[in-house]
Ligand binder design. Structure first.
Ligand SMILES: NC(=O)c1ccc[n+]([C@@H]2O[C@H](COP(=O)([O-])OP(=O)(O)OC[C@H]3O[C@@H](n4cnc5c(N)ncnc54)[C@H](O)[C@@H]3O)[C@@H](O)[C@H]2O)c1
Length: 359
């Protein structure tokens, strides 16, 4: 069996249309559009007949995630680092690049940022810049076009919450180490959120912040350099390699399949009641990392053994979103069972492995 992403894109589109949500004829700038989540957004927007501008520098994204869209008349790819200024609808500007022929942008979705824990070690400055300077540049575009601004923040802004803050509501301020190995990501996302609130306050910009919790599915990057738990375990399991669990594996995470996440994100982008709001989108159900490893071994029928390694510094003990706001404002909740999402992700990974062998 091999995995076809198209049926999932159609599923998301149907879920949106069933709720009267359409982005037809809207011009939407998606920074980070060649990445895992960004490319799903681009696919759905093109299916919805929106005009989609994908801005990316392929730092952690891949050309093959969006290449199939290059012939679409409503799709445009711009290779650019969002940490550097860029302007739309101007023929020239003293600083930065100008894209003269795009005169009106309705929505800016700022998703560009490396997001994998192992990248925090190798690319901390680029991550900091994407979420601070990059957020400022993306906000500047939204301001110039009076566009809606949407930002993909993260559960990492909560850091390591105490047990009585699990599941974590949006009102929790966070418990974050500003000088730790994860700070380039946690703190820059927090700074990004502060930039957004400043533009909202000072320029009356319409803004929305989603805090995304651990999402996986087809197109997520995998391999030892990306260090996200679901793709790592699947990669190790389908290759019968040892599965590396950090600590004793009792730390928890909550996992959401990409289809549910993108549905939640686009429902939020569309909903006027979400203007000015911060909303968690993820799955409330917690699993220990050890349990996840065992489920993946079972689903892949793998001979892998579980081995335990030291816990990384500042690794959060528990992670689970309080979804009260998402349910109330967006009428959204995740519906894909963990094993169903994992099975699809595993099939897709197996296809990737086959492609590698055929190359
Ligand atoms: N996947 C998750 O579980 C998760 C969880 C929380 C938050 N997020 C956020 O969602 C967004 C997308 O994450 P993802 O999982 O798709 O990661 P990803 O690494 O697959 O995608 C990020 C994309 O941004 C691009 N990019 C990075 N820096 C850039 C820059 N300076 N200029 C232009 N393009 C740049 C990359 O090339 C890539 O295509 C990120 O902002 C991330 O912080 C994701």
């Amino acid at each position: 069996m091999s995995f076809n992403i198209d049926s999932d894109i159609i599923d998301i589109n149907n879920r949106l249309l069933d709720n009267g949500i359409s982005f037809e004829n809207k011009t939407i700038l998606v920074t980070g559009g060649a990445g895992f989540l960004g490319s799903w957004v681009c696919d759905v927007l093109i299916k919805q007949r929106a005009k989609c501008i994908c801005l990316d520098n392929y730092s952690s994204g891949l050309n093959k995630n969006v290449f199939h869209l290059f012939d679409e008349k409503n799709f445009r790819y711009i290779n650019h680092d969002i940490s550097e200024p860029i302007y739309f609808g101007l023929s020239n500007h003293p600083y930065g690049i100008c894209i003269g022929d795009i005169r009106k942008i309705d929505i800016v979705m700022h998703m560009a940022s490396r997001a994998s824990p192992f990248e925090f070690k190798d690319y901390p400055i680029s991550i900091l810049k994407s979420n601070t300077l990059g957020t400022m540049n993306a906000l500047g575009i939204a301001k110039a076009h009076n566009a809606l601004f949407f930002y993909t923040s993260t559960s990492e802004v909560y850091g390591n919450p105490p047990d009585d803050m699990i599941p974590t509501p949006e009102t929790y301020f966070g418990h974050v180490n500003p000088v730790g190995p994860r700070s380039c990501y946690d703190e820059s996302k927090r700074a990004g959120e502060a930039f957004i609130k400043a533009y909202e306050l000072q320029h009356n910009l319409r803004t929305k912040i989603v805090r995304i919790f651990n999402t996986s599915g087809p197109r997520i990057r995998y391999g030892p350099e990306f260090g996200r738990v679901v793709p790592n375990f699947i990669h190790q399991a389908i290759n019968d390699m040892d599965i590396t669990v950090f600590g004793d594996g009792s730390q928890t995470r909550s996992f959401i399949y990409v289809v549910d996440e993108i549905e939640g994100i686009l429902k939020m982008v569309h909903n006027d009641n979400a203007i000015g709001e911060v909303i968690n989108i993820g799955n409330e159900k917690e699993y220990t990392i050890l349990k996840l490893a065992k489920i993946i071994i079972e689903l892949t029928n793998s001979n892998s053994k579980i081995v335990f390694k030291g816990l990384p510094i500042d690794d959060p003990k528990r992670r689970s979103p309080d979804l009260t706001k998402a349910k109330k404002i967006l009428n959204w909740k995740p519906t894909t069972p963990l094993k169903e999402g994992l099975k699809k992700t595993i099939e897709w990974f197996k296809d990737q492995e086959k492609e590698k062998i055929d190359e």
